[in-house]
Design a protein around this ligand. Structure first.
Ligand SMILES: C=CC1=C(C)c2cc3[nH]c(cc4nc(cc5[nH]c(cc1n2)c(C)c5CCC(=O)O)C(CCC(=O)O)=C4C)c(C)c3C=C
Ligand SMILES: [Fe+2]
Length: 419
C-alpha cells in the first residue's frame, strides 16, 4: 500500500483505479452520445450531460432538494451561479441551529419555485428555474463559539496559499459557503435577497462572485474566456461506484459519522491576464493546454472526447510533458485517485483601475479529500506554463454538508443534534 493510501483508507485500490479511469472516458462518450451532439442538443455542454438531463437534453425545471446528497454537485450544471462566502454572526449553538433551520426552510421553498420579492408577482405560478442551493461549512465554524471544535471533518482546513497564488484576504475563506445555481441570473439575486431577509442578524456576507457558463461555440463543451473548451473530462457522475471512490464521504473514510454523504468543495477565484494571453500564437496556446483550440481534441487526437494516449508519447513529442492536461491528469494508476469533479464557471468584472480586463474562472471542484485530490493536482500544476497567464486571487476550502433527507430534516442536523 502506498503511503498516501495508508493515510487515507478511502483511497481506491490500484485495480479500482484502473477500471475507474477507463470508465471515465467511456462514460463521457456515452453521455454525449445519449443526448446526441447535433441540432438542439448541440447547445448542451458535455459537462452537463452526465446525469439528470431530460430526454430532450434540457435541464429539469425543478431539481429535487431532498436527498442523501445536496443538489448542485452531480446534478446537471445550470447556466448561472452565485458563489458567496459568509461569516456567522450567531453567538452560540442555539443561534447556529436557528440559522441552519432557516436556511433549510428557505432553500426548500425557493428550490420549489423562485419568488420575486414583489407580493403581486409572487402570486403567479412558481418558476423553479432549475435552482439549486448548496451549503458548505468552513474550518472557522469549528471553534469555541458553537462547541464544535472536536467535530471538524478530517481534511477541512483553511485553504493554503499555493506558490503561484496572490490571495487577497477579503476574497477568501468564510464560516459558510453558498453555491446558488439557476438558469437565469435574476433567480440568484432573488435567493440572496430572500436569505438576507430571513437570516438577518445571523449571517454577514464576506465575499461574492457571480458567474456563468458560456454557450457552446459551435458545439460540445463550453469555452472559458481563455478560448479553450473546458470541463471535457470529469469523473462519471452516473456511476455510484465512481462517486463513492472520488466524491462522497463514505464509512471507510474515517470521517465523523455526521459527515457521511458530504463532500469537500474547493473554490478558487482565478483571474486571467487575457491581454497577455491574446498575444500568444494559437499553436503555443495549444501546447500549453495539450489540446486543439478549435475542436478541444487532445493534440494526438481528432475529437474532444478522444482520450490522450500519453503512454504512446513518452517524450511529449505530441502532447508536451508540461502541458496542462498531462500534468493535471497523467492517466496513470498511481494518479487515478487524485481525480475530482470540476464544476467551474466564468466571471467577468469589467475593467480594473489600469484598464485591464478583470475576468477569469471561478474554479469549483468537488471531492472526497482535498489533500489527496485538489492539492495533489495543484502541486503537479505548480509553475506550469499556464501559470504565467493566470493568478489565483481568492476562494476557500469548504465541507459540503450531507443532504437534507426529508421535510423534517435540516442542514447540519446530525452535526448539531448529536454532538
Ligand atoms: C488544481 C486543479 C486545476 C486548476 C487550478 C485548473 C485551472 C485551470 N484550468 C483551465 C483550463 C482547462 N483545464 C482543463 C483540464 C483540466 N484541468 C484540471 C485541473 C485544474 N485546472 C483537470 C483535472 C483537468 C482534466 C484533465 C484531463 O483529465 O484531461 C482543460 C482541458 C479540457 C477539460 O478536460 O476540461 C482546460 C481548457 C484554466 C483556464 C484554469 C485556470 C485559470
Ligand atoms: Fe484545468
Amino acid at each position: 500500500m502506498r503511503r498516501d493510501q495508508a493515510d487515507d483508507e478511502c483511497a481506491p485500490t490500484r485495480d479500482e483505479g484502473r477500471r475507474g479511469f477507463l470508465k471515465c472516458a467511456a462514460g463521457m462518450a456515452g453521455a454525449a452520445a445519449a443526448v446526441g451532439l447535433g441540432g438542439e442538443a448541440a447547445a448542451v455542454p458535455a459537462s452537463r450531460t452526465a446525469a439528470g438531463l431530460r430526454a430532450d437534453g434540457q435541464l429539469p425545471d425543478q431539481v429535487p432538494f431532498h436527498g442523501r446528497y445536496q443538489s448542485g454537485i452531480v446534478t446537471p450544471q445550470q447556466l448561472f451561479a452565485g458563489f458567496v462566502g459568509f461569516d456567522v454572526l450567531a453567538e452560540n449553538r442555539e443561534g447556529l441551529t436557528e440559522l441552519f433551520q432557516r436556511l433549510t426552510k428557505r432553500s426548500r421553498i425557493l428550490t420549489a419555485g423562485v419568488k420575486p420579492q414583489d407580493e403581486q408577482v409572487a402570486k403567479e405560478a412558481p418558476t423553479p428555474d432549475s435552482l439549486t442551493i448548496t451549503l458548505g461549512v468552513g474550518a472557522s465554524l469549528f471553534d469555541d463559539r458553537f462547541g464544535l471544535s472536536g467535530h471538524k471533518p478530517r481534511h477541512l482546513k483553511a485553504m493554503p496559499a499555493f506558490p503561484d497564488d496572490r490571495l487577497e484576504p477579503p476574497r477568501c475563506h468564510g464560516d459558510l459557503s453558498l453555491q446558488i445555481c439557476a438558469q437565469h441570473p435574476d433567480a440568484i439575486v432573488h435567493v440572496l435577497r430572500d436569505l438576507a431577509r430571513e437570516t438577518e442578524g445571523l449571517l454577514r456576507p464576506r465575499w461574492r462572485t457571480d458567474a456563468f457558463l458560456n454557450p457552446s461555440r459551435p458545439s460540445g463543451s463550453p469555452r472559458t474566456f481563455i478560448g479553450f473548451k473546458d470541463g471535457i473530462v470529469n469523473p462519471d457522475t452516473g456511476s455510484a461506484r465512481e462517486m463513492d471512490r472520488l466524491m462522497w464521504v463514505t464509512p471507510p473514510c474515517g470521517e465523523p459519522e455526521w459527515a457521511l454523504g458530504g463532500s469537500y468543495q474547493v473554490l478558487r477565484l482565478i483571474r486571467f491576464h487575457i491581454e497577455k494571453w491574446d498575444k500568444l500564437p494559437v499553436d503555443r496556446q495549444e501546447r500549453i493546454f495539450g489540446r486543439r483550440k478549435a475542436s478541444g481534441a487532445p493534440l494526438d487526437g481528432e475529437h474532444e472526447t478522444d482520450s490522450p494516449r500519453f503512454r504512446d508519447d513518452p517524450h511529449g513529442t505530441k502532447i508536451p510533458l508540461n502541458s496542462h492536461i498531462r500534468l493535471a491528469n497523467p492517466r496513470t494508476e498511481k494518479t487515478d485517485d487524485s481525480r475530482f469533479l470540476r464544476r467551474s464557471y466564468n466571471y467577468d468584472a469589467g475593467f480594473d483601475r489600469s484598464g485591464k480586463m478583470d475576468l477569469g474562472l471561478v474554479f469549483c471542484g468537488y471531492q472526497q479529500n482535498p489533500e489527496r485530490q485538489f492539492a495533489t493536482v495543484q502541486r503537479r500544476l505548480q509553475h506550469e506554463p499556464l501559470s504565467e497567464f493566470v493568478t489565483p486571487l481568492g476562494g476557500g476550502y469548504f465541507f459540503i454538508l450531507p443532504g437534507v433527507r426529508d421535510a423534517d430534516d435540516w442542514f447540519g442536523s446530525r452535526l448539531l443534534e448529536k454532538v
